[in-house]
Design a protein around this ligand. Structure first.
Ligand SMILES: Nc1ncnc2c1ncn2[C@@H]1O[C@H](COP(=O)(O)OP(=O)(O)OP(=O)(O)O)[C@@H](O)[C@H]1O
Ligand SMILES: [Mg+2]
Length: 310
């Protein structure tokens, strides 16, 4: 089975702005894949090149083996997109908007009508079927965007910040809808600024910055690269931090009578740390570890790339 997305050395500029600067990565069929990056990193531009809303200057991208430029129709029929910005016919009942979209993807009027109601039920706004988009609440609009992406029964669902600005309850509702779709075989590409969302949902994430890929890994692998904080209580705290030589220890200092150690792979360092302290005559009363969050690792990685843009 070909990859859901295979992008190779994509470049796209808007005037002086190099929105995509040699972006390459692969999303496997069936994967739940996250695209993370600061504002302006090129995430939406990348999505737009896949669905034919932006022309690539050079490079190549395929969706399930179909070239996004040469085989545009095949690509379009396999993708359901919930875009970052609302772009909806505001004046028609939402049921009709969905029927029209399903029709456009080749479903008969009866099928289109059934699919439209199914999609509205899936996202929990079936009772609003005859309301126009304008009259939905903000959260319902987000739900509707997901319904519209689903109505064509896509193999690849692309969600560009699907939960931006929605409340916690709705976010969790949307997560469970998306997770169910993924379990049923739909490949998901999700962009988000909620690191918690990526951590919870994604099999792998790509971090992009300035139109380039910085890293691809599982959320766990990424958090493993961060430094953890180990706080050690000592029965009789010394005035200065004891000398610690373990190679994974980055820093050790005393704060409010507790020893605060920064280390790579924190948990693994603890036995050696306690032993060294014991040998030096310190009595350890308690140990507390705080793991690096994906967010901290992400901020570190994109800052190293010099991405802080105004
Ligand atoms: N149609 C356009 N015309 C001109 N410049 C554009 C256009 N679309 C995007 N850009 C520029 O390309 C760069 C990448 O933008 P893009 O929307 O892809 O970022 P993003 O990663 O989706 O950011 P965000 O997290 O803010 O949504 C930005 O500098 C943006 O201003
Ligand atoms: Mg965007």
């Amino acid at each position: 089975m070909p990859a859901a997305i295979d992008a190779d050395d994509l470049r796209k500029s808007y005037g002086d702005v190099q929105a995509l600067d040699g972006l390459s990565f692969t999303v496997d069929a069936g994967e739940f894949f996250g695209l993370l990056g600061p504002n302006g990193a090129g995430k939406t531009t990348f999505i737009n090149t896949l669905v034919g809303l932006a022309r690539i200057d050079s490079g190549r991208a395929e969706v399930f083996g179909f070239d996004v430029r040469e085989e545009y129709r095949e690509v379009r029929d396999r993708i359901g997109l919930a875009p970052q910005e609302f772009n909806v016919d505001r004046f028609f009942p939402i049921r009709e908007v969905l029927e029209h979209k399903a029709g456009y993807h080749g479903f008969s009027p009866e099928e289109a009508s059934a699919r439209a109601m199914d999609a509205l039920e899936t996202v929990g706004i079936a009772e609003k079927a005859d309301t126009r988009f304008d009259w939905l609440s903000g959260g319902m609009k987000r739900r509707f965007m997901l319904a519209r992406a689903l109505v064509s029964d896509p193999d690849l669902l692309i969600l560009d910040e699907p939960t931006a600005g929605v409340d916690v309850q709705l976010r969790r509702d949307l997560w469970s809808v998306i997770e169910r779709l993924n379990e049923a075989g739909t490949t998901i590409l999700l962009t988000t600024h909620y690191i918690e969302e990526a951590e919870q949902l994604c099999d792998r994430v790509a971090i992009v910055d300035q139109g380039r890929k910085v890293e691809v890994a599982t959320p766990d692998e990424l958090t493993d690269r961060g430094t953890d904080t180990i706080e050690v209580g000592l029965a009789d705290p010394p005035r200065t931090a004891p000398e610690l030589t373990h190679e994974d220890i980055v820093d050790a200092r005393l704060a409010d009578g507790r020893l605060v150690v920064t280390a790579r792979g924190g948990g693994a360092v603890i036995p050696a740390l306690v032993r060294d302290l014991d040998r030096a005559g310190h009595e350890v009363t308690d140990v507390d570890v705080r793991r690096a969050s994906l967010e901290e690792v992400f901020v570190d990685m994109t800052r190293q790339e010099g991405a802080v843009q105004q």
